[in-house]
Design a protein around this ligand. Structure first.
Ligand SMILES: Cc1cc2nc3c(=O)[nH]c(=O)nc-3n(C[C@H](O)[C@H](O)[C@H](O)COP(=O)(O)OP(=O)(O)OC[C@H]3O[C@@H](n4cnc5c(N)ncnc54)[C@H](O)[C@@H]3O)c2cc1C
Length: 432
């Protein structure tokens, strides 16, 4: 292909589609390359869509985007093997349009998003893998693909190729991803009749519930579980740090099986038909794991740049926002007639720093290391909390003051007084 483009976008996930769409709307000539059969066919997500991010790119997305349910209730469960202790927040305010969060099925959503990009003028080629970046005189000038004679030139390349960007590693833009900076998540989609889902979760048509889970669900590893209601299915999954999986010798699938058999989860999926199983990496190294994200003729957006807020389970919105900001940087330079040099692309980093993306990741910069080194948050505390709740709730002739004393004793015996104070401080440092 001798044709030259303003920009080549690698990947048709959330970041790639956001970047390609924004660039085309800004009048740039864009080629998007996706290795999957169709956009989204390789993508795995729970999935919650955060309206704010897509709304900034396609304000009227609600008109035709494939949305499953808008979320009206958020549950957070801390679990031991037999029970959960949690908070449920449900509000009628979440039940009034414009809705803020939706469940989606990624394969449908990505196809819709890519169609919007193509309608805006993007040329998308699927079933094509970018194998290398073309670099001349230290500048990225295009890509090489697995197609015959597949060298294509452009003034800039946006790498939106997802977690563990092989292209960025190969080009020396970032080091190999470390197992302690990436989670391995597995998920399943279980089909149930719509009425069954609505009865089980006490929700109306189009209303949805999300359950975030922590504690022994991760078998002592740093990780969390999740369950989301779609229209006629339930997505559930669990993810833990890859380094922990290596040490614990538990397979992700075993973990998911245990989760599905948990007495609080099993009734929610009883009688369902499992139709999809998938495993995927989630970059969860946080702020300190973010690599250099721009250079001579290249930029990185989305998971490839480690833009994931693991604590709040936000990834797709960071991917869309970083894709959009990368595109906006290029549009501004093109309009000003400036080259896509590293010095000029530094504007992308400035935009990132000014956005919620970097502000949030910076806020939680200590979290990955603290949680990684303090597994008691995933093991001891869920047990202690569960036992404390049982002691308080059970009516057995023991007076309440004695019960409180017993609870205090169990905490001190497990962690010591200094240990408890230290843990409270560490927890606060992780989330402050
Ligand atoms: C189990 C799970 C649950 C999640 N739940 C949520 C959630 O509820 N909410 C949320 O916001 N986020 C969630 N995330 C995170 C979210 O999925 C990601 O942050 C988001 O998909 C990142 O988008 P992306 O475009 O950067 O990468 P991706 O969506 O992974 O897209 C990358 C694309 O690049 C393509 N590609 C890769 N290499 C090449 C190549 N060499 N040539 C051509 N194409 C290539 C891939 O095929 C893929 O289509 C979840 C992730 C997982 C794994």
């Amino acid at each position: 292909m001798a044709e030259k483009f303003d920009v080549i976008v690698v990947g048709a996930g959330m970041a790639g589609n956001a970047a390609a769409y924004t660039l085309a709307k800004g009048g740039l000539k864009v080629l998007q390359i996706e290795r999957g059969e169709t956009p989204g066919s390789k993508n795995v997500q729970g999935a919650i869509l955060y309206a704010d991010a897509i709304e900034k790119i396609i304000p009227d997305f609600r008109d035709d985007a494939p949305l499953e349910r808008h979320l009206i209730e958020q549950r957070v469960w801390v679990m031991d093997d037999a029970s959960y202790m949690g908070t449920h927040y449900r509000s009628e305010d979440f039940n009034k349009p414009p809705y803020n969060r939706y469940t989606i099925i990624r394969v449908h959503f990505d196809q819709w998003f890519n169609k919007k990009a193509r309608e805006a003028g993007v040329l998308t080629i699927c079933e094509t893998t970018v194998t290398d970046l073309l670099i001349e005189g230290g500048k990225v000038v295009g890509v090489r693909t697995d197609r015959k004679g597949g060298e294509i030139r452009a003034d800039a390349v946006i790498l939106a190729d997802g977690a563990n960007s092989r292209l960025a590693v190969k080009a020396g833009f970032q080091p190999e991803i470390k197992p302690e900076n990436v989670a391995l998540a597995v998920k399943e989609i279980h089909f149930l009749p719509q009425e069954t889902i609505e009865a089980r979760f006490n929700i109306g048509e189009e209303e949805g519930v999300v359950i975030e889970m922590a504690g022994k669900i991760s078998a002592g590893m740093m990780g969390t579980g999740f369950l989301y209601t779609n229209k006629e299915s339930i997505t559930l999954g669990v993810g833990c740090m890859l380094s922990d999986f290596k040490e614990q010798k538990v397979t992700p699938y075993e973990l998911l099986d245990r989760m599905k058999a948990h007495p609080s989860i099993a009734p929610l999926i009883a009688g369902s038909e499992m139709k999809e199983y998938a495993a995927h990496l989630i970059p969860e190294g946080g702020y300190h794991a973010i690599p250099q994200v721009y250079g001579e003729g290249w930029m990185i957006a989305g998971d490839a740049g480690q833009f994931v807020n693991g604590l709040h389970r936000e990834g797709s919105n960071l991917a869309m926002t970083t894709g959009m900001l990368a595109a906006q940087t290029l549009i501004e330079l093109k309009v000003a007639g400036k080259p896509f040099s590293a010095a000029n692309l530094a504007g992308y980093k400035q935009k990132l720093d000014d956005s919620f993306v970097m502000k949030d990741l910076k806020k939680y910069r200590r979290m990955p290391e603290i949680f990684h080194k303090n597994k008691q948050f995933f093991t001891t505390y869920p047990d202690l909390l569960s036992k404390a709740a049982q002691t308080l709730i059970r009516v057995d002739g023991v007076d309440k003051k004695s019960k409180e004393k017993e609870i205090r004793k169990s905490f001190v015996e497990s962690r010591s007084l200094f240990g408890l104070i230290g843990d409270a401080f560490k927890f606060w440092r992780a989330v402050e």
